[in-house]
Design a protein around this ligand. Structure first.
Ligand code: FAD
Length: 387
């Protein structure tokens, strides 16, 4: 077993770390306050090769692998979580198109995602009645000659209003058993009948948009089907396995950002005539936080390693997301505790790290759903909620 990163992985991590420190972090509070979409930063990230990290060069990707992707998302998240989630989801959308798209669809959309010509990609699975129970979709796609006609509503969709391309899941066979009659489609921004609805006002990751999407007689070419008809639910679950590594990496970045800040603060802040870092109570919070985050990163990198080596990684990705998001949430609270009353104010960034981290235990499968996935994989498939 070799825990060392390759030279290329180290180089990418260091490059993104420097970029995030100089160009992302200074704007994060502004983006949080204004909810302005970080378009300029995202374009620069695309120029650095960070939007198609698992996409071959022939489609414009950098093809550096999941470990490098994880390291990059962690570094971006230290700067700005909204930028990191947009990057993570866009990479996931590129991957699903690469894995399951026709040659025509891949050649048309992947270069635009990778180059930043599309500000983002979006992944539209959730509906008002289908959150954790993601197979309970009502949106439909009906074949009409050379087209499919999509009708229905999606909700809570990251980057919905900015995405050049959206992957949409809809029921193509109402008679099929639950989860079997769903298909996945690529829908371009601006397609008639594709209507972007409200952007939710959120407690964290505020510069990332979270939209309702409506489909009203939305006609798309039959070539925009991803994989085979009826494969959609399986495709969504496979892609979410990879997405969970991205979200775990993001949570990790927030955890480190919070405790790095708090540790430095503890060395400067004096009470009772000495730095608060001298108090064992503070030292233990720091020690526990770094220990738990390092353990979390080992889980994340193991899942990334398995994915890169095309080995099964569903359980490991869920373990990584569950443990990392819950750990990072706890660490951001400790960081606030270390800063005392100031930690609760907007003068300091730790309250933002905490607001930003909470959603990592919710999206791309809540912590409860990760536990289902893990338990099902250990105890047997019949236990699962996705049968
Ligand atoms: C900021 C943000 C961005 C998002 N981006 C996207 C996106 O880009 N694309 C997309 O498709 N979706 C997206 N989502 C939706 C997200 O994936 C869902 O919110 C999530 O899957 C949970 O669904 P729900 O909100 O409907 O909660 P519910 O499913 O209603 O769950 C409510 C509670 O019940 C629990 N629960 C539900 N079922 C079970 C069970 N079987 N056992 C135990 N507990 C259970 C949950 O864990 C949770 O605690 C986003 C959400 C947010 C907040």
């Amino acid at each position: 077993m070799d825990f060392r990163l390759t030279e290329e992985q180290e180089m990418i991590r260091d490059m993104v770390r420097e970029f995030a420190e100089k160009e992302i972090k200074p704007k994060a509070a502004y983006y949080d306050e204004t909810e302005e979409f970080p378009l300029e930063t995202l374009t620069k990230l695309a120029e650095l090769g960070l939007m198609g990290m698992n996409i071959p060069h022939e489609y414009g990707g950098s093809n550096v692998g999941t470990i490098a992707h994880s390291l990059a998302i962690t570094e971006i998240a230290k700067g700005c979580a909204a930028t990191a989630v947009t990057t993570s989801v866009t990479n996931m959308v590129a991957e699903v198109i690469y894995e399951f798209g026709t040659e025509e669809v891949k050649s048309k959309h992947l270069p635009k995602i990778c180059s930043g010509e599309y500000p983002a990609g979006s992944f539209a699975l959730t509906e008002p009645q289908a959150g954790s129970d993601a197979a309970n979709l009502r949106a439909t796609a009906v074949r009409d000659g050379d087209y499919y006609v999509i009708n229905g509503q999606k909700t809570l969709i990251t980057s919905g209003e900015h995405a050049g391309v959206t992957v949409v899941w809809a029921v193509t066979d109402k008679e099929a058993k639950k989860g079997k009659g769903i298909s996945a489609f690529v829908v371009e921004q601006g397609t008639p009948g594709f209507i972007v609805g409200k952007n939710e006002e959120k407690m964290g990751q505020r510069a990332s948009t979270t939209n309702d999407l409506f489909f009203e007689q939305c006609r798309i070419p039959k070539e925009n089907l991803l994989g085979e008809e009826g494969d959609g639910f399986k495709i969504s679950m496979m892609e979410l396995d990879g997405g969970r590594i991205g979200i775990a990496s993001l949570a990790l970045g927030l955890g480190y950002a919070a405790i790095d800040y708090a540790a430095e603060y503890a060395k400067e802040r004096e009470q009772f005539g000495q730095a608060i870092a001298n108090f064992q109570a503070i030292q233990w919070m720091v020690a526990d936080s770094y220990t738990e985050l390092d353990a979390a990163q080992l889980l994340v990198l193991r899942a990334a390693f398995l994915k890169d080596n095309r080995l099964p990684f569903t359980k490991e990705a869920s373990m990584a997301k569950l443990f990392t998001s819950e750990t990072a949430r706890k660490v951001t609270i400790r960081a606030i505790q270390i800063l005392g009353g100031y930690g609760y104010t907007k003068e300091y960034p730790v309250e933002r790290y905490h607001r930003d981290v909470i959603v990592t235990t919710l999206y791309e499968g809540t912590s409860e759903i990760q536990r289902h996935v893990i338990a099902r994989s250990i105890l047997g498939r019949k236990l699962g909620v996705y049968r």
